[in-house]
Design a protein around this ligand. Structure first.
Ligand code: ZN
Length: 316
């Protein structure tokens, strides 16, 4: 074997009968590696493993990891073997999974990168379309989800988020004990609970064993939980309750600001937690709180009391 070819055979981790038999650098920063096998090679039948003669071959190409700045492509004639028992079958190649246009190493790099940055960014860096990368991601995430065990789930949290500002809502179901995402689905209606219950069942879980649900005050979510999680006790979570309370405090301040000019530009004094205020802000807040008639101050005290309740509970 040519020494250059041998080097690439080693670099690709190929084992006999596979070997690189041609290496071509193209002007447009492209490297084409042709993988081949010697005439007369035999390959195992993918069903029984019996060593069989090659029936014919199919030309295939895979994008591989770049060699420096060259986009590398692997080319191979993939044999179909003829097994006396099982007939003609395409042989799996060790460097790629069936049906993929990428090598396993390329896919591994894609999967590592998409954990750290948006898919579109990865696609640009790798000079691929994001659609092609999404197919890889879909394959591995679906495969990983198959083995997820939901049989011991008791407490879940549900929340909605939008993937674009104000559009395309998705609902997320998380395991509050293991702190992991269990299920995500488009929409924010009661039906999302039906879909979750189905997915739960498909992963060894049971809607009846869910005893706690923490979520916001959406009527759709309450309806969904009541219909599909029959034994679940609903808790409105602190974050969403505090949001409502802050909105109420702010509404009181707005209503009072006309008659109480002292309240001008005081919005954040009432909404921020006392510990987060600067010394100057704290002093001003203390001054405002001295005015016993201020409705905003009363609302603020209610807010602090409410927050205190959570703190007490959290001590247990
Ligand atoms: Zn066979």
């Amino acid at each position: 074997m040519d020494q250059g070819n041998q080097l690439f055979t080693l670099a690709l981790g190929l084992v006999p009968p596979w070997m690189v038999d041609e290496v071509r650098f193209a002007a447009e920063k492209r490297l084409d590696l042709h993988v081949n096998f010697p005439k007369g090679s035999r390959f195992p039948c993918p069903i029984c493993g019996h060593e069989c003669p090659v029936h014919d071959t199919q030309e295939k190409v895979w994008r591989h990891l770049d060699f420096f700045q060259h986009a590398a492509y692997l080319h191979a004639r993939v044999p179909r073997v003829e097994c006396p028992e099982h007939g003609v079958h395409l042989v799996p190649v060790p460097w790629a999974r069936e049906g993929s246009g990428f090598t396993l190493l390329f896919e591994a790099l894609v999967m590592a990168m998409v954990r750290e940055m948006p898919v579109l960014t990865v696609a640009r860096l790798m000079r691929e379309t994001d659609q092609r990368l999404w197919r890889v991601i879909d394959h591995y995430t679906a495969k990983a989800r198959e083995s997820v065990d939901m049989s011991k789930i008791h407490a879940i949290g549900v929340d909605e988020t939008s993937s674009r500002r104000g559009h395309d809502y998705i609902s997320l179901f998380v395991d509050l004990e293991a702190k992991r995402l269990l299920f995500a689905t488009p929409g924010k209606d009661a039906k999302t609970f039906e879909k979750f219950a189905k997915d739960l069942q498909a992963h060894g879980g049971n809607a009846e064993t869910i005893t706690e649900v923490s979520m916001d005050l959406s009527p759709a979510f309450q309806k969904g939980a009541a219909e599909h999680l029959p034994n679940a006790q609903i808790t409105f979570d602190r974050f969403h309750l505090m949001k409502l309370i802050n909105e109420a405090v702010d509404a009181v301040r707005k209503g009072e600001a006309h008659s109480q000019p002292d309240l001008k530009k005081s919005r954040w004094l009432w909404l921020k937690n006392p510990g987060k205020l600067s010394a100057k802000q704290t002093a001003r807040l203390q001054e405002l709180l001295k005015n016993q008639n201020l409705k905003t101050a009363q609302a603020y005290q209610l807010r602090l009391t409410f927050q205190e309740i959570f703190t007490i509970q959290n001590r247990h």
